[in-house]
Design a protein. Structure first.
Length: 317
């Protein structure tokens, strides 16, 4: 299991967090003490304390205050990492979110919604660096997960993000991953449905999902799959989890505590997968200096070795 909360900070900071992707990211309204208390008892790898869509604008000051208290007085011992979804960087609420939440205690990370340009991510990293300095924290202490498909502008610009962000090493170092969302994009497009009658995403949303996955891979950061909104549909969640794991996502957003166990299980390598990965690595070890190896009558090359190493790294985490 990935390091959680303060344990992650003590276990090696930024590099350790990157080596151990977070599987389950559970949204919790920032203004609900009851739901936060319940979420803290789950096995979610991270809680996303929400100051955006789940909070009525009139309750935003109270939500900021509540989140700040939770960050300051987080329970000791093992528990979920505490992340905060702030309002969009283009919104009037963004700066106040940062100042209110981070004035007394920094979260483990920020979730940045409705990103429309790579420059917004770079600018946010600059703000976080200043806050780290204010709190006397090591550079890169608070990570960043960017929602990169919620606006048409952001989705169109996404293929350029790897090249643009690579010009800012501090941004790449702090970036934990990319995730995607269909709800805000649907509203922006005026789409009447996001899925076909068979439950498959329609082409615009398939494109958003794939673009997020590819951009994350290009930057070697975590790709986190979007939410499955029907939290009562366990079979539908399982189906979507299998697709996400198959395609290369390493975690998933959750909107209900009941989704956490299935998400954790889906992104934890099985014993059979671990055993196969160990055999692949052993096959290459038995042929030092060779670019290929054989196992059970099949030829293996470097991509097979890299995937095996990835499986064991996830299992050890």
């Amino acid at each position: 299991m990935p390091p959680r909360g303060a344990d992650a900070q003590e276990a090696g900071g930024v590099n350790r967090a990157r080596a151990a992707p977070l599987r389950s990211w559970l949204f919790v309204p920032g203004d609900s003490e009851r739901k936060q208390a319940k979420a803290l008892l789950t096995r979610a790898d991270a809680l996303i304390l929400d100051l955006e869509d789940s909070v009525d604008p009139a309750q935003l000051p109270a939500a900021r205050a509540r989140v700040a208290v939770l960050l300051t007085k987080r329970p000791a011992g093992p528990g979920p990492q505490l992340w905060v979804r702030v309002n969009a960087p283009s919104s009037s609420a963004f700066n106040e979110d940062l100042l209110s939440v981070c004035r007394f205690a920094m979260p483990d990370g920020l979730v940045l919604p409705k990103v429309s340009a790579a420059a917004e991510i770079v600018a946010t990293v600059g703000r976080l660096a200043a806050l780290d300095s204010t709190h006397g924290l090591p550079a890169g202490r608070t990570r960043l997960l960017a929602l990169v498909t919620e606006t048409p502008q952001g989705l169109l610009a996404l293929p350029n993000y790897p090249e643009l962000l690579a010009r800012s090493p501090a941004t790449v170092e702090r970036l934990a991953g990319f995730t995607w969302g269909a709800e805000d994009l649907s509203a922006a497009l005026g789409a009447t449905a996001k899925r076909t009658e068979q439950g498959v995403f329609t082409p615009p949303f398939q494109h958003a999902r794939t673009s997020c996955l590819l951009a994350a891979a290009a930057l070697a950061v975590q790709a986190v799959d979007g939410v499955y909104t029907d939290f009562r549909d366990a079979a539908g969640l399982e189906r979507e989890l299998k697709e996400a794991r198959r395609d290369g996502f390493s975690g998933k957003l959750a909107i209900h505590p009941d989704q956490v166990a299935a998400i954790n299980a889906a992104f934890t390598p099985t014993e059979a997968e671990r055993a196969h990965a160990r055999r692949v690595i052993a096959a290459f070890a038995a042929a030092p200096g060779a670019g290929v190896a054989s196992l059970d009558g099949q030829m293996l090359d470097r991509p097979h070795l890299l995937q095996a190493q990835r499986v064991l790294a996830a299992a050890e985490a």
